[in-house]
Design a protein around this ligand. Structure first.
Ligand SMILES: Cc1cc2nc3c(=O)[nH]c(=O)nc-3n(C[C@H](O)[C@H](O)[C@H](O)COP(=O)(O)OP(=O)(O)OC[C@H]3O[C@@H](n4cnc5c(N)ncnc54)[C@H](O)[C@@H]3O)c2cc1C
Length: 593
């Protein structure tokens, strides 16, 4: 399911968009300084960005009979933005899916988890905190019904992301809340994209790169460069060669341009000093177009970006063997059993087990002095617990294919994980610990992992497992996760020893099959800070006043307020944040115009 979206573009809209672009290009060539469309108040609202958040705004405005022009630097085939690539995990609270699995959730518990994770501590957190409260209320209430009415459905086994591991009320989800959309990201984009493409109130202008925004009490003016046409598939980096310029005016503009995760320069520039220096090597979990350019443009127009040093990157990235975008990496979604070791083979401290505290683990990697770490496991654990994030890495869920999905309960990795094991550059496998350590060292080109020491780490862990109870917090926590049916069925392998008990001294692999080590890189993904907005999504200026006519949604708005997640996220809250900010702003604009 690489490239194409599931929804079918109406032929007349495709033609119309192509004709629009062609005529703009002709006009731009004839008059390169003015470009094509310079018509006053062409529409009620301009939306910059055709990702999920922009689509939701346009969907709401079209429903209220307001006219919209959507601009995007990418071609039409990229509509949906990052959400198309996403796993479609949504944070939902006290849902029927949770209740069927005997999970007792509530808005009160979810908000306590949120505030424990966010740890708001700045003056700038005024609007972010208010957005957080409103969002948790939405996730515990209206969100599911609204989406269900639009045809969205969910995979019944709710997943447990960001388990935390700290005393309440610290970071983490107390219960599973990650609801995967049946059909993953493309199925979440589908109702909004298809609605927008069929609406006569919305016009989409692909290959329009916005470089300037002017907003005052009399309206907004959005200008930029018309880019040369391209037939690059979705996600592939496209040319920035301009063939002209454009200016469009409207009553209001909504910035829906995503974050900065595809722009390593900006990531490094905003890297929080409290984490230490940015890793020398990073891989990208988002396409190149997620470049943050529009944040700079909105700042130049008077808007204020806050919490730019709050980001959500992952320590469990692997290099994509078939890259689509630059430095393309994929995030491993791991169950809790793998041993997590730093570059020198030292175990991560408690509670930094796989899937517990992404940011804590990320900081630990950075402080280790190296820019990578390791999972050490065996083949049985890999088969049960190593999953990958992304729609294209989960063809069974994305294709809504029950027969293929049923294979997940049988032994063996998913086809996508198997591909990585066979073709990826980050996997090594061996029949004994000493051989495994040798392969790890060979992969990184340095003798950093001592084979004997690694064997002791694994032996000590195995003795704990063998006891049936144990004091090792990871062994105890892993056993506890299996009390939850979803984990037992699909995500957490039966506790077992990695080494053959009869040949422990020789460090030979046990009944779980060969030993495996996976090298993990830092993978950039989400921007937690962003444009400061009030509860209607109006962009604020540095002096606390509103920048008239300018609104922001989705990742560009830090998913609401300029950083509703605070320092840490609970997962599934990014797509949810796009839905909530898009819906709120669309409705606020419809009411005010
Ligand atoms: C592989 C992957 C898996 C994910 N899984 C999940 C998940 O399971 N759950 C979850 O909650 N989140 C997930 N996310 C995150 C989530 O998908 C994104 O945070 C969200 O989709 C961002 O949407 P957006 O509308 O804010 O921005 P985007 O989707 O980034 O869209 C922004 C659009 O604006 C355009 N643009 C930018 N600048 C300009 C400019 N100057 N001029 C014109 N156009 C411009 C871009 O071309 C782009 O099309 C995942 C992301 C990825 C990549």
């Amino acid at each position: 399911m690489r490239g194409g979206a599931r929804f079918v573009w109406p032929a007349h809209r495709l033609r119309e968009s192509e004709e629009d672009c062609a005529s703009q290009a002709r006009a731009a060539r004839a008059n390169p300084t003015r470009g094509g469309s310079i018509r006053s108040m062409d529409c009620d609202v301009i939306v910059v960005g055709t990702g999920l958040s922009g689509l939701v705004v346009a969907h709401e405005l079209a429903a209220a009979d307001r006219s919209v022009i959507m601009l995007d630097a990418e071609p039409l085939g990229s509509v949906g933005g990052q959400a198309h690539w996403s796993l479609g995990g949504l944070f939902m609270v006290n849902s029927p899916e949770q209740r069927r699995l005997r999970i007792h959730d509530s808005e009160e518990l979810a908000l306590a988890d949120w505030l424990g994770s966010a740890a708001f501590d700045r003056l700038e957190d005024y609007w972010p905190r208010r957005w957080a409260e409103a969002y948790v209320h939405f996730a515990a209430g209206e969100q599911r019904r609204w989406l269900h009415d639009l045809g969205v459905r969910w995979f019944p086994l709710v997943q447990w992301a960001e388990r935390g591991g700290y005393a309440a009320p610290g970071h983490g989800n107390s219960v599973p809340r990650f609801h995967i959309v049946w059909g993953t990201g493309p199925a979440l984009v589908e109702p909004f994209a298809s609605d927008v493409m069929h609406s006569h109130r919305v016009r989409i202008r692909p290959r329009h790169h916005v470089t300037s925004l002017h907003a005052d009490g009399s309206g907004v003016r959005v200008s930029g460069r018309v880019l040369e046409p391209t037939d690059m598939p979705r996600g592939v980096q496209t040319s920035r060669t301009a063939i002209g310029e454009f200016t469009i005016t409207a009553q209001a503009a909504v910035v829906a341009s995503g974050g900065i995760g595809g722009n390593f320069e900006l990531v490094r520039q905003n890297w929080p000093a409290r984490w230490g220096s940015a890793p020398q090597r990073m891989i990208a979990g988002v396409p190149d177009c997620v470049d943050g350019s529009m944040l700079t443009t909105t700042e130049a127009a008077g808007g204020r970006v806050i919490n730019a040093d709050r980001m959500w990157h992952y320590p469990e990235g692997i290099v994509n063997h078939s890259p689509i975008w630059s430095h393309h990496g994929v995030r491993i979604l791991a169950g809790p059993s793998s041993l997590w070791l730093d570059a020198r083979g030292q175990r991560f401290p408690v509670p930094l087990f796989p899937g517990f505290d992404s940011l804590g683990a990320l900081r630990h990697v950075i402080n280790s002095g190296y820019d990578y770490s390791w999972f050490v496991l065996d083949q049985a654990t890999l088969s049960a617990e190593i999953a990958l994030s992304g729609s294209e890495q989960n063809s069974d869920l994305t294709g809504r294919n029950l027969r293929r999905l049923a294979r997940r309960v049988r032994p063996g990795p998913t086809p996508e994980v198997r591909d990585f094991q066979e073709r990826g550059v980050d996997f090594v496998s061996a029949g004994s610990v000493l051989e495994l350590a040798a392969q790890m060292n060979q992969l990184v080109g340095e003798h950093l992992v001592d084979g004997q020491a690694l064997q002791q780490v694994i032996e000590a862990r195995d003795l704990q497992v063998h006891s049936g109870l144990g004091k090792d917090p990871q062994v105890v926590a892993t056993a506890a996760t299996r009390r939850f049916l979803g984990d037992r069925l699909l995500r957490v392998v039966r506790p077992h020893e990695l080494l053959d008990p009869k040949a422990r001294v020789a460090g030979r692999a046990g009944s779980g099959g060969p030993l495996v080590a996976i090298r993990l890189h830092v993978l950039t993904r989400k921007t937690l800070g962003g444009l400061e907005t009030d509860l209607d999504g109006r962009v604020m200026r540095a002096d606390g006043s509103v920048l008239p006519g300018a609104y922001a949604v989705g990742e560009a708005a830090g998913f609401g307020g300029g950083g509703m997640h605070g320092y840490r996220a609970l997962e599934g809250t990014f797509l949810g944040g796009c839905l909530f900010t898009g819906r709120t702003v669309g409705r606020a604009l419809a009411a005010s115009l």
